[in-house]
Design a protein around this ligand. Structure first.
Ligand SMILES: [Fe+2]
Length: 361
């Protein structure tokens, strides 16, 4: 198989997930360009391009199996998957072995052992940073520590923001800095049942065993299709308090359900605020990692987990506003779906206070 044939096979393999396809096309384009500019020999260039096309081959499986595309899952599954994927491609054992090594280690920056690996890391970073609008400081640090090729550095400097206060090119061209008031435009509190939201992802207030429960959790299980969601949750099995995992949305309008595990309130001295903040923050990361433009939250931990209402809103709003600021602006639309009057009143007051404080700073 040549590169075009591997590309076609990977496009078919991706089953219409345009986000995944666009991602590997970008990584391949940057990798190919850097490799050519660096004068790689044809064999190494071929390995690089094949690895760039297939590097995230395990992402869809990891989302289904683990609810996460964390590096350790992706690398372990990817190394095996790409060997099967390329088994009939007419490549030599050495070629398949090297491509599988690159796919299986592309997040392990300490393992970089050749120009194909180095350029794959650079191309993947440039793509991720532009897709997720990484901040200038993060780009500068990565460039200083991990960018080694001069072509990679030149392209990164041309594509990514490197000066503080400047957002990525997409934001820049849209005329939004992604700072100050901009970040708050995307947080909204609505009087609506979470199961009626038409956001790309909805968040379930889950328990750490991911078992069906009452309240928001029960409503989401019923709307998604109890058995299908229960089976997906059982496959993942567990989620630490303060974190979140993702499953498909099944029969819900939302494409994904993110299961966020907030803490049970035990007086506030057991790390509850940090855990609650973490559950929101991880949910937002998962939404964006999975291409969501909008996400709907319930007020986590405020029900039978007894978290005091004001404190619950404080962590909810803080996590969301921090996330938006740290990720370059307001691309993610965040909606809190709340039905209780007092709850809505407290939340809106706190959101307005925070907006005012931000605008005045
Ligand atoms: Fe990637």
């Amino acid at each position: 198989m040549n590169i075009a044939q591997i590309m076609e096979k990977m496009m078919v393999f991706s089953e219409g997930s345009i986000r995944d396809i666009n991602h590997f096309i970008r990584v391949w384009t940057y990798a190919r360009t850097i490799g050519c500019l660096e004068g790689l020999d044809p064999d190494t260039q071929f390995i690089l391009e094949a690895a760039a096309i297939t590097h995230d081959i395990a992402c869809p499986l990891c989302r289904r199996k683990y609810g996460s595309t964390e590096a350790r899952f992706q690398e372990a599954e990817g190394e095996v998957m790409v060997k099967v994927f390329l088994k009939d491609a007419g490549l030599s054992f050495e070629q398949i072995d090297r491509i599988a090594f690159l796919v299986g280690h592309h997040h392990t920056l300490t393992a970089v052992d050749g120009p194909d690996f180095q350029i794959l890391v650079e191309a993947d970073y440039i793509t991720n940073a532009s897709e997720k609008n990484y901040e200038a400081a993060r780009n500068r640090e990565f460039m200083a520590r991990h960018m080694k090729t001069s072509a990679g550095k030149r392209i990164a400097a041309a594509v990514l923001p490197l000066e503080d206060g400047k957002a990525g090119s997409l934001e820049g061209k849209a005329g939004s800095s992604g700072k100050e008031g901009g970040a708050f435009g995307s947080i909204e509190i609505r009087r609506i049942s979470i199961t009626d939201l038409d956001t790309d992802a909805v968040v379930n207030a889950a328990n750490d065993g991911l078992r069906p429960g009452g309240g928001v959790c029960g409503a989401i299980f019923r709307a998604a299709g109890y058995e299908k969601l229960d089976e997906a949750c059982k496959r993942i099995g567990h989620c630490a308090t303060g974190s979140a995992v993702i499953t498909p949305g099944f029969d819900m309008k939302a494409k994904y359900i993110i299961h966020a595990v907030g803490p049970v309130w035990k007086g506030g001295k057991n790390g509850e605020p940090g855990l609650l903040y973490g559950a929101y923050y991880r949910s937002l990361e998962l939404a964006e990692e999975n291409g969501c433009a909008s996400i709907g939250f319930p007020l986590i931990s405020a029900g039978i987990y007894s978290y005091p209402l004001k404190g619950a809103w404080t962590q909810a709003i803080k996590a969301c506003s921090d996330y938006l600021e740290q990720h370059g602006g307001s691309r993610l639309k965040i909606i809190f779906a709340v039905l209780d009057d007092e709850n809505i009143k407290v939340g809106r007051e706190m959101l307005n206070e925070l907006k005012a404080a931000k605008q005045g700073r």
